[in-house]
Design a protein around this ligand. Sequence first.
Ligand code: MG
Length: 371
Amino acid sequence: MLAGYAVHVEDSRGRRFPEPRHPYRNDFQRDRDRVIHARAFRRLEAKTQVFTRRYSDHFRNRLTHTIEVSQITRTIAGALGLNVDLAEALALVHDIGHPPFGHAGEKALDAAMRAHELFFDHNLHALRIVEDFEQRYAAFRGLNLTFEVREGIIKHSRDYDAAEHPELAEYLLDQRPPLEAQLIDLTDEIGYNTADLDDGYEAHLLTLDQIRASIPVFDRFFCEVERIYPDVADKLKFNETIRRVLNRLADDLISNTQARVKKAGIRNLGDVRRYGERLAAFSAEVDAERRQIKDFLYDNLYYSPSLAGEKEDAERIVTELFGFWMENPSALPWAYREKAEQESLPRVVCDYIAGMTDNFIIDQYEQHCGR
Ligand code: MG
């Protein structure tokens, strides 16, 4: 049963190009399936989340991260009485606009664009992918997703200013997104905070003592696990602890969002949209714990000296290739040369690079930059 404040699929604002109804899948289920069948979705498998392939095939890549976020999102959306199909579609599409090499690649691409007074934003890029770059249908370009999925792609993690982004006017920028979209940024963080602790520990870049000393919520659960399972291996104690941390974050997000919705007197989607702030949120206590995990990961993993060399390589590859195609646009593939007749060259080069997998961009670098 859907809550009154959920998005009801029969109230969807629909697709750009009307299509006949499917006999046994609703529109959000179809959108979820269209994302799964997209080329950009498959490419997530070869894009870095935190660790490149050099480390281990056990670690998360952007595809397995996305699947984990989708699992967490479905569970939480279901417990809140939200539209699980819409929430799942939004979780599966949430990282589709990310360039190769994780955060380092994104930073370098944005810097290259800023030299041309442009910028790179992965949410806006994701919208371009589903609206334009994916070509599967004879009748239209893009995936022809429903309004609610396109709106969620733009608004799940931040608000965009209507004056700065007139091209996004149709997405109700003066209103909050539905709760299904509000959840994504938080479930994304539940996913990567716990997974990155796991991968960082497994990679021996983080030690158990260090994690216990720096993250009180982890230490609390670890002590509990040690009392119940004193004789099992540390890695199993670690796994049991991570599981408890994840559950604490998820439980809190559910109960605190429910409490906020109730306190605000929210009855329907219109109330969610018109409310002055986002309603999906952790409680102050758990939000502080979430912040501790995140800060710890920034200080000890994301900026760790062990990953610094790869990040420098990533930034150099993106920067030099961007420069190469700016100087040699005739070396771009035909489809991009054609695009450059309607759009600025930096944007076209940026689109080309952003779509690449880690493997492909390394090949391109060796081919064009000769190393
Ligand atoms: Mg993510």
